[in-house]
Design a binder for this molecule. Structure first.
Ligand code: SF4
Ligand code: SF4
Length: 179
């Protein structure tokens, strides 16, 4: 529910986040199906799960609410890899993983700036999935465009946190005694 200033309460914002995740997952699944011959992502493959990832407070809140027990009692993975990886290289918060983890492995594209300020399109993909046609040759609709979901997330975050865009480190979510 929004107040008179358009601020959302956390429950409403978390429901909106769940809908955004559903949309991202649906679109990411469709793209992964198109690229099934090159994408080898699977449980236990985890070199993309780097340490030091930060998320908006809203995504952090989602993890806190859904994994309170884990955060209180479990140890984070040792420094060097994402704190949420387990011993087998699987994600311990997979259903609540942040947006950025939901598109990892797909051909990614985004618009950057040249030193003279002109726009330039950049592309990237996990090296393990970099087989088949060069990603530079793919139709742009066959790549995940970085930007729109980030903007939607920032808008949602600003609506529920007094206009702030707070970032939280994933490792910081574990109880201080466990870190
Ligand atoms: S993005 Fe790369 S490292 Fe991550 S699961 Fe997929 S293939 Fe493995
Ligand atoms: S939250 Fe899960 S999927 Fe995302 S980087 Fe960490 S272990 Fe990997």
């Amino acid at each position: 529910m929004a107040d008179q200033e358009g601020q959302l309460d956390w429950d409403t914002a978390l429901e909106a986040l769940a809908r955004l995740y559903e949309l991202v997952d649906r679109q990411a699944r469709a793209l992964a199906a198109v690229h099934k011959d090159r994408i080898c992502c699977r449980k236990g493959c985890s070199s993309c799960c780097k340490d030091g990832l930060t998320v908006f407070e809203l995504e952090a809140m989602n993890i806190r609410r859904n994994h309170a027990g884990l955060l209180q009692t479990a140890k984070p993975h040792e420094v060097g890899m994402c704190a949420f990886l387990d011993e087998q290289g699987a994600c311990r918060i997979y259903p609540s993983r942040p947006y950025v983890c939901r598109t990892e492995g797909l051909p990614l594209r985004w618009i950057d700036q040249m030193p003279d300020g002109s726009p330039v399109e950049m592309r990237d993909i996990c090296p393990l999935n970099d087989q088949g046609p060069a990603i530079e040759t793919l139709d742009l609709n066959l790549c995940w465009t970085i930007g729109p979901v980030e903007e939607a997330l920032a808008e949602l975050e600003a609506q529920c946190d007094g206009g702030r865009l707070r970032r939280v480190g994933l490792r910081e979510l574990f109880a201080a005694g466990q870190r």
